[in-house]
Design a protein around this ligand. Sequence first.
Ligand SMILES: Nc1ncnc2c1ncn2[C@@H]1O[C@H](COP(=O)(O)OP(=O)(O)OP(=O)(O)O)[C@@H](O)[C@H]1O
Length: 346
Amino acid sequence: MVRFERVSRSFAARKGSAAVFALDDLSLEIPRGEIFGVIGRSGAGKSTLLRLINGLERPTGGRVVVDGIEVNALSESELRPVRRSIGMVFQHFNLLSSRTVFENVALPLEVAGIGDAEIRDRVEPLLDLVGLADKRNRYPAELSGGQKQRVGIARALATRPKILLGDEVTSALDPETTASILALLADINQRLGVTIVLITHEMSVIKEICHRVAVLEAGKLIETGRAFEVLTQPRHATTASFVRGVTGVELPADLARRLSDQPSPGSQAVLRITFTGSHATAPVVSRLTTILGIDINILAGRIDTIGGEPFGALLVSVPGDEATRLAVVSAVERLNLQGEVIGYVA
Ligand SMILES: Nc1ncnc2c1ncn2[C@@H]1O[C@H](COP(=O)(O)OP(=O)(O)OP(=O)(O)O)[C@@H](O)[C@H]1O
């Protein structure tokens, strides 16, 4: 649906400082019908990437192709119908306070010159879809943050776009409301088949609903792929730091302090066992105990889903002698799981 071909966007140098490359030679493909997340720290180039898709920004190099159309080659008037096929949802909702919920959702249709009867026919089902039919005559000031964002989403869908762009759509919301807005976006993606591109600085957003992810750093693409793979096997240190709080398990603090690189007489080996997909719910501890006849202590663990796929991580300790350690790691691998000794505790 969207293709970036060696795209750069630089901003001219100011006196005494070099030109800024908001995006630097970036190539990327966003498949049709998917939810695609773009994550990066502040200043990484996320907003610039989003603005290049709807033609609000022009590249200084390369091509941006949206649904087969090279948007950077279009004039402002040629861009208008393309923009209508791209909906936008904002962090701070950007609703008009003097308009009711219904009137806010209707606004892009009024601008497009659509008649009152058709506006009603289009807006009512959208209010149903986002769960706000009973609030149609309320004003934004009478709504919660989550309800305001639902209005923003309905408004973005009014022109029946092929793509929905989301700019930090949940950053102003509490965790519970965030979860309900993300669930709504996943539902819209499924029901309407609309491609969704979300920029965010929160890996939890990627984990909840994105099929694919791109990680940006200083205008460059440092990692991209299926969200499940990038989150469970990050290759770049920046990605790993984003992922840590979302998929990692940590040792209890007192054990972490005592963890050493080398075994000592009588010490226990600490193993990280990760399990994915259909193996994520395997009764690993009982199987290892049965196979090897040893005691296994569970130190920490987490079972979760990434984009609906199960994922688990377990920290356990086992007797630290070399023979037992090797036997455990190879038994873990025979169960199609990954096992890694991360240290020793006396
Ligand atoms: N109009 C502009 N003029 C000069 N520099 C700009 C302009 N727009 C963006 N930049 C610079 O380009 C870089 C990327 O900015 P961008 O807004 O795309 O990052 P971001 O990842 O969206 O950041 P944030 O999460 O803080 O919104 C930054 O260094 C920014 O200062």
